[in-house]
Design a protein around this ligand. Sequence first.
Ligand SMILES: NC(=O)c1ccc[n+]([C@@H]2O[C@H](COP(=O)([O-])OP(=O)(O)OC[C@H]3O[C@@H](n4cnc5c(N)ncnc54)[C@H](O)[C@@H]3O)[C@@H](O)[C@H]2O)c1
Ligand SMILES: O[C@H]1[C@H](O)[C@@H](O)[C@H](O)[C@@H](O)[C@H]1O
Length: 332
Amino acid sequence: MTVRIGVIGTGAIGRDHIDRVTRRIRGASVTAVTDLDRALAEKSAGEAKVYPDGAALIASPEVDAVLVACSDAAHAEHVLTAIAAGKPVLCEKPLAVTPEDCLRIMAAEESHGSRLVQVGFMRRYDAGYREMHRVISAGDIGRPLLMHCAHRNRASRPDYTTEMAVLSSGVHEIDAARWLLSDEIVSTQVINPRSTRHRLPHLTDPQFMLFETASGIRIDLEVFVNCRYGYDIRCETVGEEGLLRLPDPARPELRASARIGTAIDQEWDDRFSAAFDAELQAWVDSVPTGRATGPSSWDGYAATAVATATVRAQQSGDVEQVNMRERPAFYA
Ligand SMILES: NC(=O)c1ccc[n+]([C@@H]2O[C@H](COP(=O)([O-])OP(=O)(O)OC[C@H]3O[C@@H](n4cnc5c(N)ncnc54)[C@H](O)[C@@H]3O)[C@@H](O)[C@H]2O)c1
Ligand SMILES: O[C@H]1[C@H](O)[C@@H](O)[C@H](O)[C@@H](O)[C@H]1O
Protein backbone atom coordinates (compact mmCIF):
# COMPACT_ATOMS: atom_id res chain seq x y z
CA MET A 1 0.00 0.00 0.00
CA THR A 2 1.23 3.51 -0.79
CA VAL A 3 0.08 5.84 1.97
CA ARG A 4 -1.30 9.03 0.40
CA ILE A 5 -0.35 11.94 2.63
CA GLY A 6 -1.95 15.37 2.86
CA VAL A 7 0.33 18.09 4.28
CA ILE A 8 -1.22 21.08 6.09
CA GLY A 9 1.27 23.94 6.21
CA THR A 10 3.99 24.33 3.60
CA GLY A 11 6.34 26.56 5.60
CA ALA A 12 9.86 25.53 6.57
CA ILE A 13 9.16 22.09 8.03
CA GLY A 14 6.18 21.35 5.78
CA ARG A 15 8.46 21.68 2.74
CA ASP A 16 11.16 19.68 4.49
CA HIS A 17 8.68 16.84 5.16
CA ILE A 18 7.34 16.94 1.58
CA ASP A 19 10.89 16.55 0.30
CA ARG A 20 11.56 13.77 2.82
CA VAL A 21 8.43 11.78 1.85
CA THR A 22 9.12 12.29 -1.84
CA ARG A 23 12.80 11.28 -1.76
CA ARG A 24 13.49 9.11 1.26
CA ILE A 25 10.41 7.52 2.83
CA ARG A 26 9.28 4.10 1.62
CA GLY A 27 5.59 3.41 0.97
CA ALA A 28 4.24 6.95 0.86
CA SER A 29 3.61 9.88 -1.44
CA VAL A 30 2.34 13.41 -0.91
CA THR A 31 -0.95 13.76 -2.80
CA ALA A 32 -2.36 16.92 -1.21
CA VAL A 33 -1.10 20.16 0.29
CA THR A 34 -2.62 23.32 1.71
CA ASP A 35 -1.42 26.53 3.30
CA LEU A 36 -3.06 29.81 4.30
CA ASP A 37 -0.62 31.24 1.76
CA ARG A 38 -1.94 29.51 -1.36
CA ALA A 39 0.94 30.71 -3.51
CA LEU A 40 3.38 29.04 -1.12
CA ALA A 41 1.36 25.80 -1.23
CA GLU A 42 1.39 25.89 -5.04
CA LYS A 43 5.13 26.45 -5.10
CA SER A 44 5.72 23.48 -2.79
CA ALA A 45 3.12 21.12 -4.29
CA GLY A 46 5.14 19.23 -6.90
CA GLU A 47 2.78 16.47 -8.13
CA ALA A 48 0.34 17.03 -5.24
CA LYS A 49 -3.04 18.74 -5.53
CA VAL A 50 -3.50 22.08 -3.73
CA TYR A 51 -6.55 22.30 -1.45
CA PRO A 52 -8.20 25.53 -0.26
CA ASP A 53 -7.94 24.63 3.45
CA GLY A 54 -7.24 21.90 5.98
CA ALA A 55 -10.86 20.71 6.19
CA ALA A 56 -11.10 20.15 2.41
CA LEU A 57 -7.74 18.35 2.39
CA ILE A 58 -8.71 16.06 5.26
CA ALA A 59 -12.07 15.22 3.64
CA SER A 60 -10.42 14.32 0.31
CA PRO A 61 -10.72 10.63 -0.72
CA GLU A 62 -7.18 11.03 -2.09
CA VAL A 63 -5.78 11.49 1.43
CA ASP A 64 -5.17 8.46 3.68
CA ALA A 65 -3.19 10.25 6.40
CA VAL A 66 -2.62 13.84 7.47
CA LEU A 67 0.62 15.61 8.36
CA VAL A 68 0.00 18.80 10.36
CA ALA A 69 2.95 21.15 9.87
CA CYS A 70 1.30 24.56 10.20
CA SER A 71 1.78 27.13 12.96
CA ASP A 72 1.37 25.91 16.55
CA ALA A 73 -1.96 27.67 17.23
CA ALA A 74 -3.69 25.88 14.32
CA HIS A 75 -2.63 22.31 15.23
CA ALA A 76 -5.58 21.38 17.46
CA GLU A 77 -8.27 22.30 14.92
CA HIS A 78 -6.73 20.14 12.19
CA VAL A 79 -5.95 17.21 14.48
CA LEU A 80 -9.57 17.18 15.71
CA THR A 81 -10.87 17.29 12.12
CA ALA A 82 -8.59 14.39 11.14
CA ILE A 83 -9.78 12.31 14.11
CA ALA A 84 -13.42 13.05 13.22
CA ALA A 85 -12.65 11.74 9.71
CA GLY A 86 -10.98 8.64 11.20
CA LYS A 87 -7.64 9.48 9.52
CA PRO A 88 -4.21 8.96 11.10
CA VAL A 89 -2.37 12.19 11.82
CA LEU A 90 1.24 13.12 12.50
CA CYS A 91 1.16 16.49 14.25
CA GLU A 92 4.30 18.58 14.60
CA LYS A 93 5.06 19.63 18.16
CA PRO A 94 3.40 21.01 20.18
CA LEU A 95 0.21 18.96 19.92
CA ALA A 96 -1.69 22.10 20.95
CA VAL A 97 -0.86 25.29 22.78
CA THR A 98 -3.28 24.73 25.67
CA PRO A 99 -3.75 21.64 27.86
CA GLU A 100 -7.52 22.02 27.32
CA ASP A 101 -7.15 21.54 23.55
CA CYS A 102 -4.91 18.51 24.16
CA LEU A 103 -7.60 17.03 26.41
CA ARG A 104 -10.18 17.58 23.65
CA ILE A 105 -7.92 15.66 21.26
CA MET A 106 -7.49 12.82 23.78
CA ALA A 107 -11.27 12.62 24.31
CA ALA A 108 -11.91 12.51 20.55
CA GLU A 109 -9.28 9.82 20.06
CA GLU A 110 -10.65 7.77 22.92
CA SER A 111 -14.18 7.97 21.39
CA HIS A 112 -12.71 6.81 18.08
CA GLY A 113 -11.48 3.72 19.96
CA SER A 114 -7.83 3.46 18.90
CA ARG A 115 -4.81 5.74 18.64
CA LEU A 116 -4.75 7.93 15.52
CA VAL A 117 -2.28 10.60 16.61
CA GLN A 118 1.51 10.66 16.65
CA VAL A 119 3.15 13.84 17.96
CA GLY A 120 6.30 15.12 16.22
CA PHE A 121 8.74 14.78 19.11
CA MET A 122 11.43 13.59 16.73
CA ARG A 123 14.19 13.37 19.33
CA ARG A 124 12.73 10.02 20.37
CA TYR A 125 13.98 8.80 16.94
CA ASP A 126 17.48 10.30 17.24
CA ALA A 127 20.19 7.63 17.59
CA GLY A 128 21.92 9.41 20.50
CA TYR A 129 18.73 9.94 22.50
CA ARG A 130 17.63 6.36 21.82
CA GLU A 131 20.90 5.03 23.17
CA MET A 132 20.51 7.25 26.27
CA HIS A 133 17.03 5.81 26.74
CA ARG A 134 18.36 2.26 26.44
CA VAL A 135 21.21 2.82 28.91
CA ILE A 136 19.02 4.56 31.52
CA SER A 137 16.32 1.88 31.19
CA ALA A 138 18.96 -0.86 31.59
CA GLY A 139 19.95 0.72 34.93
CA ASP A 140 23.57 1.28 33.84
CA ILE A 141 23.82 4.70 35.57
CA GLY A 142 21.73 3.60 38.54
CA ARG A 143 18.90 5.82 39.76
CA PRO A 144 18.94 9.12 37.84
CA LEU A 145 19.42 12.08 40.18
CA LEU A 146 19.65 15.09 37.93
CA MET A 147 19.77 16.18 34.31
CA HIS A 148 21.46 19.14 32.60
CA CYS A 149 20.09 20.26 29.24
CA ALA A 150 20.78 23.07 26.79
CA HIS A 151 18.74 24.04 23.73
CA ARG A 152 20.61 26.56 21.64
CA ASN A 153 19.52 28.02 18.30
CA ARG A 154 21.74 30.22 16.17
CA ALA A 155 19.18 33.04 15.81
CA SER A 156 15.45 33.44 16.43
CA ARG A 157 12.92 34.66 13.89
CA PRO A 158 11.33 38.10 14.45
CA ASP A 159 7.98 36.51 15.40
CA TYR A 160 9.61 34.33 18.11
CA THR A 161 8.38 35.29 21.61
CA THR A 162 9.59 34.79 25.17
CA GLU A 163 6.77 32.24 25.71
CA MET A 164 7.94 30.26 22.66
CA ALA A 165 11.23 29.55 24.44
CA VAL A 166 9.20 26.99 26.35
CA LEU A 167 6.11 26.31 24.19
CA SER A 168 8.08 25.79 20.97
CA SER A 169 11.69 25.09 22.03
CA GLY A 170 11.87 23.82 25.63
CA VAL A 171 8.91 21.53 24.92
CA HIS A 172 11.38 19.21 23.16
CA GLU A 173 13.43 18.78 26.35
CA ILE A 174 10.27 18.47 28.45
CA ASP A 175 9.21 15.51 26.31
CA ALA A 176 12.72 14.03 26.14
CA ALA A 177 13.12 14.23 29.92
CA ARG A 178 9.74 12.57 30.61
CA TRP A 179 10.62 9.83 28.14
CA LEU A 180 14.23 9.27 29.26
CA LEU A 181 13.41 9.29 32.96
CA SER A 182 9.97 7.60 32.82
CA ASP A 183 8.83 10.24 35.27
CA GLU A 184 6.46 13.22 35.24
CA ILE A 185 7.47 16.84 35.84
CA VAL A 186 5.52 18.25 38.77
CA SER A 187 6.93 21.76 39.26
CA THR A 188 8.72 24.38 37.22
CA GLN A 189 10.56 27.66 37.62
CA VAL A 190 12.28 30.18 35.32
CA ILE A 191 15.34 32.27 36.11
CA ASN A 192 16.59 34.94 33.72
CA PRO A 193 20.29 35.63 33.45
CA ARG A 194 21.59 38.75 31.73
CA SER A 195 20.06 38.97 28.24
CA THR A 196 22.15 38.85 25.09
CA ARG A 197 22.49 42.04 23.06
CA HIS A 198 21.79 39.91 19.97
CA ARG A 199 18.11 39.38 20.83
CA LEU A 200 15.21 41.49 19.57
CA PRO A 201 14.07 43.89 22.34
CA HIS A 202 10.75 42.06 23.02
CA LEU A 203 12.56 38.82 23.85
CA THR A 204 14.07 37.48 27.09
CA ASP A 205 17.03 35.39 25.95
CA PRO A 206 18.62 33.22 27.29
CA GLN A 207 16.35 31.69 29.93
CA PHE A 208 17.11 29.12 32.55
CA MET A 209 14.34 26.64 33.44
CA LEU A 210 14.30 24.33 36.45
CA PHE A 211 12.00 21.34 36.67
CA GLU A 212 11.35 18.78 39.39
CA THR A 213 9.92 15.33 38.73
CA ALA A 214 7.52 13.31 40.88
CA SER A 215 10.42 11.18 42.16
CA GLY A 216 12.57 14.23 43.00
CA ILE A 217 14.90 14.36 39.97
CA ARG A 218 16.00 17.94 39.18
CA ILE A 219 16.38 19.08 35.57
CA ASP A 220 17.99 22.34 34.48
CA LEU A 221 17.47 23.64 30.96
CA GLU A 222 19.11 26.58 29.26
CA VAL A 223 17.11 27.84 26.29
CA PHE A 224 19.23 30.28 24.28
CA VAL A 225 17.82 31.04 20.86
CA ASN A 226 20.33 33.68 19.72
CA CYS A 227 23.54 31.92 20.65
CA ARG A 228 25.02 32.78 17.23
CA TYR A 229 27.39 29.84 16.87
CA GLY A 230 24.99 27.07 15.78
CA TYR A 231 22.21 24.64 16.63
CA ASP A 232 23.42 22.91 19.75
CA ILE A 233 21.45 20.42 21.82
CA ARG A 234 22.95 19.06 25.03
CA CYS A 235 21.67 16.56 27.54
CA GLU A 236 23.50 14.96 30.43
CA THR A 237 21.99 12.66 33.05
CA VAL A 238 23.72 12.07 36.36
CA GLY A 239 22.85 8.86 38.17
CA GLU A 240 23.93 7.15 41.38
CA GLU A 241 26.36 4.91 39.49
CA GLY A 242 27.45 7.01 36.52
CA LEU A 243 26.92 9.80 34.05
CA LEU A 244 25.45 9.70 30.57
CA ARG A 245 25.91 12.38 27.92
CA LEU A 246 24.11 12.85 24.59
CA PRO A 247 26.77 12.47 21.88
CA ASP A 248 27.35 15.23 19.38
CA PRO A 249 26.53 14.14 15.84
CA ALA A 250 29.50 12.37 14.27
CA ARG A 251 31.40 14.83 12.09
CA PRO A 252 34.89 14.39 10.66
CA GLU A 253 37.69 16.09 12.51
CA LEU A 254 39.46 18.75 10.50
CA ARG A 255 43.10 19.55 11.23
CA ALA A 256 44.22 22.69 9.44
CA SER A 257 45.69 26.13 10.09
CA ALA A 258 47.19 24.94 13.38
CA ARG A 259 43.77 23.91 14.78
CA ILE A 260 41.69 20.77 15.35
CA GLY A 261 37.95 21.20 14.81
CA THR A 262 34.60 19.74 13.78
CA ALA A 263 31.67 21.48 12.09
CA ILE A 264 28.69 22.53 14.22
CA ASP A 265 25.19 22.05 12.77
CA GLN A 266 23.50 25.34 12.04
CA GLU A 267 19.79 24.44 12.04
CA TRP A 268 17.35 21.80 13.33
CA ASP A 269 17.03 20.22 9.89
CA ASP A 270 20.78 19.44 9.82
CA ARG A 271 20.99 18.22 13.40
CA PHE A 272 17.91 16.00 13.34
CA SER A 273 17.62 15.06 9.67
CA ALA A 274 18.08 11.31 10.31
CA ALA A 275 15.68 11.46 13.28
CA PHE A 276 12.99 13.11 11.12
CA ASP A 277 13.47 10.38 8.48
CA ALA A 278 13.07 7.64 11.10
CA GLU A 279 10.08 9.41 12.65
CA LEU A 280 8.25 9.71 9.32
CA GLN A 281 9.10 6.16 8.28
CA ALA A 282 7.70 4.83 11.59
CA TRP A 283 4.54 6.88 11.09
CA VAL A 284 4.04 5.74 7.49
CA ASP A 285 4.65 2.11 8.51
CA SER A 286 2.02 2.42 11.26
CA VAL A 287 -0.74 3.77 8.98
CA PRO A 288 -1.78 0.46 7.36
CA THR A 289 -1.91 -1.16 10.82
CA GLY A 290 -4.59 1.34 11.91
CA ARG A 291 -2.79 2.04 15.21
CA ALA A 292 -0.45 4.97 15.77
CA THR A 293 2.85 4.38 17.54
CA GLY A 294 5.47 6.78 18.95
CA PRO A 295 4.72 9.84 21.08
CA SER A 296 0.99 9.92 21.79
CA SER A 297 -1.65 12.57 22.48
CA TRP A 298 -1.01 11.84 26.16
CA ASP A 299 2.66 12.77 25.65
CA GLY A 300 1.55 15.89 23.76
CA TYR A 301 -0.79 16.79 26.61
CA ALA A 302 1.82 16.19 29.34
CA ALA A 303 4.41 18.32 27.52
CA THR A 304 1.94 21.17 26.97
CA ALA A 305 0.78 20.99 30.61
CA VAL A 306 4.40 21.42 31.78
CA ALA A 307 5.07 24.10 29.17
CA THR A 308 2.05 26.20 30.11
CA ALA A 309 2.95 25.96 33.81
CA THR A 310 6.43 27.17 32.80
CA VAL A 311 4.89 30.15 30.95
CA ARG A 312 3.10 30.97 34.25
CA ALA A 313 6.49 30.69 35.97
CA GLN A 314 8.02 33.09 33.42
CA GLN A 315 5.37 35.60 34.38
CA SER A 316 5.24 35.06 38.17
CA GLY A 317 8.92 34.43 38.87
CA ASP A 318 7.73 31.75 41.33
CA VAL A 319 7.87 27.97 41.41
CA GLU A 320 4.66 26.82 39.68
CA GLN A 321 2.99 23.45 40.13
CA VAL A 322 2.03 21.46 37.03
CA ASN A 323 -1.67 20.61 37.01
CA MET A 324 -1.92 17.33 35.15
CA ARG A 325 -4.76 14.84 35.08
CA GLU A 326 -4.21 11.11 35.67
CA ARG A 327 -3.00 9.14 32.67
CA PRO A 328 -6.06 7.40 31.14
CA ALA A 329 -5.85 3.61 30.75
CA PHE A 330 -6.34 4.19 26.99
CA TYR A 331 -2.76 5.61 26.90
CA ALA A 332 -1.19 3.00 29.21
N1 LIG B 1 10.20 19.11 15.27
C1 LIG B 1 10.92 20.20 15.04
O1 LIG B 1 12.10 20.30 15.37
C2 LIG B 1 10.29 21.35 14.34
C3 LIG B 1 11.08 22.19 13.54
C4 LIG B 1 10.47 23.27 12.95
C5 LIG B 1 9.11 23.50 13.12
N2 LIG B 1 8.39 22.66 13.90
C6 LIG B 1 6.95 22.89 14.09
O2 LIG B 1 6.33 22.84 12.81
C7 LIG B 1 5.33 23.82 12.69
C8 LIG B 1 5.64 24.74 11.52
O3 LIG B 1 6.86 25.39 11.75
P1 LIG B 1 7.64 26.14 10.56
O4 LIG B 1 9.00 26.44 11.10
O5 LIG B 1 7.51 25.38 9.31
O6 LIG B 1 6.80 27.48 10.49
P2 LIG B 1 6.55 28.40 9.22
O7 LIG B 1 6.07 29.70 9.78
O8 LIG B 1 7.73 28.39 8.32
O9 LIG B 1 5.37 27.68 8.45
C9 LIG B 1 4.07 27.57 8.98
C10 LIG B 1 3.12 27.58 7.79
O10 LIG B 1 1.81 27.24 8.27
C11 LIG B 1 0.87 28.02 7.54
N3 LIG B 1 -0.37 28.01 8.29
C12 LIG B 1 -0.66 28.59 9.48
N4 LIG B 1 -1.92 28.29 9.85
C13 LIG B 1 -2.43 27.49 8.89
C14 LIG B 1 -3.67 26.82 8.71
N5 LIG B 1 -4.65 26.93 9.62
N6 LIG B 1 -3.84 26.07 7.62
C15 LIG B 1 -2.87 25.94 6.68
N7 LIG B 1 -1.67 26.55 6.80
C16 LIG B 1 -1.45 27.30 7.90
C17 LIG B 1 1.54 29.37 7.40
O11 LIG B 1 0.98 30.13 6.35
C18 LIG B 1 2.99 28.97 7.12
O12 LIG B 1 3.27 28.84 5.76
C19 LIG B 1 5.29 24.53 14.03
O13 LIG B 1 4.28 23.95 14.81
C20 LIG B 1 6.64 24.26 14.66
O14 LIG B 1 6.58 24.23 16.06
C21 LIG B 1 8.94 21.58 14.47
O1 LIG C 1 10.05 25.13 16.03
C1 LIG C 1 11.45 25.06 16.23
C2 LIG C 1 11.89 23.62 16.27
O2 LIG C 1 11.11 22.87 17.14
C3 LIG C 1 13.36 23.45 16.61
O3 LIG C 1 13.69 22.09 16.77
C4 LIG C 1 13.71 24.21 17.89
O4 LIG C 1 15.08 24.11 18.14
C5 LIG C 1 13.32 25.66 17.77
O5 LIG C 1 13.69 26.35 18.94
C6 LIG C 1 11.83 25.79 17.52
O6 LIG C 1 11.46 27.15 17.43
